[in-house]
Design a protein around this ligand. Structure first.
Ligand code: NAG
Length: 393
C-alpha cells in the first residue's frame, strides 16, 4: 500500500512546496491556506504512517446536527444551496410531485393547466434555528428541480416542466436571465430537456446539467452564450441522467451521473481551470482532452447529489437496490478515491435529492423528496475524529 501511495506523496510534497511559496507572495489570498490544508489532508489520509508526525486537520466528517430542524409543511425539497451568510436556501415543489401523469410518452408536460405553484417555492432558513427567514418564488415554477447560489450571490433555478434555467437576484420577481424556451423541450443549442442542475464557476461560466433526456452538460459564458457542450461529437463520454453538479477548486466540474451509478469530474474549459493548468505548465489542449476522473464502486448506487469543499467531494446516493445502503460518501476526485461514507445518526436517508456545503465548509445539508425534509450535518474536523477516520478503512 505504502508503495502505491509513494508517487502521490511526492506530488503532494512538491505541491506543498509550490503552495507555500505562493503563500509568502500572496498573503491576501485566503484560499491559499485552504489549499495547503487540503493537501495536508490528502497526505494524512493517504499515508497513515505520517499521522503521528503531522498534526493536521482532515476533511470535515459529516456529523448529524440533530438539534436542528428545518421547516415542516413543505413539498418535495428538490434543491438546496447555502448563501454567503451561511443560510441554507431550499427549493420545494409545494403541492406538485413528479408522477406518471406529469409527462406523456413523448415527454410533453401534461399539467400546465394547473398553473404555476402558488406557494413560495424558495425558502431561506436560519442556519442556527432552521426557521424560515425569507420566502419567495411564488407563481413562477411548475416542477422545480435544481437550486444553486453562485459565487456572486445570484440564485439559479431549474424547472423540468418549463425546460428552463433561471437566474434571479435573491427575492426578485423578475429573472435577470432565462435560458431555454418556456414549456418547449429540445436538444439543440437553444433548448433543454428537463434540466436538472446549475453550477456557476468563480470565473463566471454557467454550467447546466441537461438533464433527464439530453444527457449532456452545457457551458455558457456569463451572458448566456453557449461556449461548450459535453459530450462533443467525437468525445467518448456517456452520461445517463446527469443529476447534480459541483465545481472543485482546481476547476473540474463533477457530475452526479445518476443512472451510470458514478461520478465523473471533467475539465469543461472553465477559465479558472485553464488558468490553473497554464500555471502548471500543462498543455491546455491536452488537459482538456484528458479522460474524465471517474469515481465508482459497486455500492455507490445511483448518485443523486454532489457538493465540493476545496477539492474534496461529498456525494449522496438514493434508492438503487435493497443491497445498496442509502448514504453519503466522501471522496478525493484527483486520486479517484472514495475514502469514506457517512449517514445520519437519528434515522436513515430514504430519498435524498440534493446536497450543499456552506461556503466556510463547516456545514452540510441534505434534502429529501419523501419524507420531505432537510438534514443538517456539521462537518467535524480535527484530530478528535481519528476514531471515525480509522473506522473508514
Ligand atoms: C460558518 O458559517 C456558519 C453559518 O453562518 C456559522 O454558524 C459558523 O460559525 C461558521 N464557522 C466558522 C468556522 O467560521
Amino acid at each position: 500500500m505504502v508503495g502505491i501511495f509513494c508517487p502521490q506523496y511526492l506530488t503532494i510534497v512538491a505541491l506543498i512546496g509550490l503552495v507555500s511559496s505562493f503563500t509568502i507572495q500572496t498573503k491576501q489570498n485566503e484560499d491559499v491556506p485552504v489549499v495547503v490544508e487540503e493537501l495536508l489532508n490528502l497526505l494524512t489520509v493517504n499515508s497513515p504512517a505520517s499521522i503521528e508526525k503531522v498534526e493536521v486537520q482532515r476533511p470535515g466528517y459529516p456529523t448529524e446536527n440533530f438539534d436542528w430542524q428545518g421547516p415542516g409543511n413543505v413539498g418535495q425539497i428538490v434543491g438546496v444551496s447555502v448563501d454567503s451568510e451561511g443560510r441554507p436556501v431550499i427549493f420545494h415543489r409545494g403541492d406538485r410531485t413528479w408522477n406518471y401523469n406529469t409527462y406523456d410518452d413523448n415527454l410533453e408536460y401534461e399539467e400546465a393547466f394547473e398553473g404555476p405553484i402558488q406557494d413560495a417555492t424558495i425558502l431561506v432558513l436560519n442556519s442556527i434555528t432552521g426557521v424560515v427567514v425569507n420566502a419567495w418564488g411564488e407563481q413562477i415554477f411548475y416542477l422545480p428541480h435544481g437550486l444553486h447560489i453562485d459565487p456572486f450571490g445570484y440564485v439559479w433555478l431549474t424547472d423540468v416542466a418549463l425546460h428552463q434555467v433561471f437566474k434571479f437576484k435573491p427575492g426578485s420577481r423578475r429573472p435577470d436571465l432565462i435560458l431555454g424556451e418556456r414549456f418547449t423541450r429540445g436538444s439543440d443549442d437553444q433548448h433543454f430537456c428537463q434540466p436538472t442542475a446549475v453550477a456557476v464557476a468563480k470565473s463566471g461560466e454557467i454550467v447546466v446539467a441537461d438533464g433527464y433526456c439530453n444527457n449532456r452538460i452545457m457551458v455558457f459564458d456569463e451572458s448566456g452564450n453557449l461556449i461548450n457542450k459535453i459530450p462533443q461529437q467525437n468525445e467518448f463520454v456517456t452520461l445517463r441522467v446527469p443529476h447534480g453538479l459541483a465545481i472543485l477548486d482546481q476547476g473540474d466540474v463533477c457530475v452526479a451521473d445518476r443512472e451510470n451509478m458514478r461520478i465523473i469530474c471533467l475539465n469543461v474549459g472553465l477559465r479558472s481551470n485553464n488558468d490553473i493548468n497554464n500555471n502548471n505548465n500543462n498543455n491546455n489542449i491536452n488537459e482538456r482532452r484528458r479522460p474524465p476522473l471517474t469515481l465508482h464502486q459497486p455500492d455507490l448506487g445511483r448518485v443523486f447529489a454532489v457538493a465540493a469543499h476545496g477539492n474534496i467531494l461529498y456525494a449522496v446516493n438514493g434508492p438503487t437496490s435493497p443491497m445498496i445502503p442509502i448514504r453519503g460518501f466522501i471522496m478525493d476526485p484527483k486520486f479517484e478515491d472514495i475514502f469514506g461514507s457517512w449517514s445520519p445518526s437519528t434515522g436513515n436517508f430514504e430519498q435524498p435529492h440534493a446536497m450543499a456545503i456552506s461556503p466556510n465548509g463547516s456545514e452540510l445539508y441534505v434534502t429529501e423528496i419523501g419524507p420531505n425534509k432537510i438534514w443538517k450535518f456539521d462537518l467535524v474536523r480535527g484530530n478528535r475524529q481519528d476514531d471515525i477516520w480509522n473506522n473508514l478503512e
